[in-house]
Design a protein around this ligand. Structure first.
Ligand SMILES: [Zn+2]
Ligand SMILES: [Zn+2]
Ligand SMILES: [Zn+2]
Length: 322
């Protein structure tokens, strides 16, 4: 029995919350999901809206990619899979939606659907413009459910090219209300949570994603933690995983006025959580990295230093059971 438990633990540690890179065969997920969980999140992208490499960047950050020393990073996105109900969902429709939908199909669930639903956080380019692939010039989708907050919904309905997706019924925009729970499948619940951000065209939300056993918080974009009426430390304590905005590592990272594009610096978040236990720090998975943030790299000494403090980094392909 002990041997069996040890084997189970090793399998668990190997396949869950650990590296699960693209080249892992599908059968491993199926094998594991029968013994552990039928619902999970998979990370489908980690970069800020503009991706990595970023257009016209000739600085060392993106040169490392062109020299072949770094892999391409897709725009921040979570896939949500429920193998019981045979459904799969996306959190945000990024410019990399083609690769992300394909990864869900090839590596997780092929249910003869492109996607069973897309939850949108806000109307910045990395988070909704992938919808363009669902229209007449591309997929020609049929009533693909797109979950959006009120301003986001109105924006899509009243501005081209998005309004055409609505009029042609390529997408079916379903309204979200902040703090109100959606029972997505028998085992999955979704709660949108308003967060402060530069809301030019829409409001911005993060999402709480709850399964039968565990829950996650996804906040890819937020202004400084201080501007939120909620306490991020308390919010992290309530969940098992927190995928948090790490657009910039520190102040001065860009040549422009960074107060105009406020985000919590990685260093500010780690300082805020300094006195918390390792178990709490372990829940945090940084995501949504700008190309200038050194921790977007596969390997970097600054990344090691943050991990040594107990924090973690979301990685494309990783799986988090719910
Ligand atoms: Zn963003
Ligand atoms: Zn760059
Ligand atoms: Zn944004």
């Amino acid at each position: 029995m002990k041997l069996f438990q040890a084997a189970l633990l090793i399998t668990y540690l190997t396949f869950f919350n650990c590296d699960f890179s693209k080249d892992n065969p599908v059968q491993e997920i199926e094998l594991e999901s029968t013994s552990i969980s039928k619902q999970y999140i998979t990370v489908l992208g980690i970069a800020q809206d503009a991706g990595y490499p970023q257009i016209n960047c000739e600085k060392p950050c993106c040169n490392e990619y062109y020299k072949g020393n770094e892999t391409k990073k897709l725009v921040a996105c979570l896939g949500l899979v429920d193998l019981n109900s045979k459904k799969k969902f996306l959190f945000d429709a990024t410019p990399d939606i083609k690769e992300q939908v394909q990864a869900l199909k090839d590596q997780h669930l092929d249910n003869n659907k492109v996607i069973d639903g897309i939850f949108l956080t806000h109307a910045h380019i990395g988070h909704y413009t992938g919808l363009i692939n669902l229209g007449r010039e591309a997929l020609g989708g049929e009533k693909i459910p797109v979950y959006a907050m009120p301003r986001m919904k109105t924006f899509l309905e009243n501005n081209g090219p998005w309004s055409q997706l609505v009029h042609l019924n390529n997408i079916d925009v379903k309204p979200l209300t902040t703090d109100s729970i959606i029972q997505l499948t028998q085992s999955l619940k979704i709660t949108p949570i308003l967060v402060p951000h530069r809301d030019e065209y829409s409001e911005t939300v993060g999402f709480k994603i709850s399964g039968n056993n565990k829950s996650a918080l996804f906040i890819p974009d937020i202004d400084k933690w201080d501007n939120w009426e909620r306490d991020i430390i308390e919010e992290v304590k309530k969940v098992d995983y927190a995928f948090l905005d790490a657009s910039f590592f520190r102040d001065g990272e860009l040549d422009r006025d960074m107060s105009k594009i406020p985000h919590p610096f990685t260093t500010q978040t780690t300082t805020l959580f300094e006195k918390e236990s390792i178990a709490v720090k372990n829940k945090i998975f940084f995501i949504h990295f700008n190309h200038t943030n050194p921790t977007i790299r596969d390997n970097h000494p600054l990344k090691d230093s943050i991990q040594n403090l107990g924090f973690r980094f979301a990685k494309q392909g990783n799986i988090y059971e719910l």
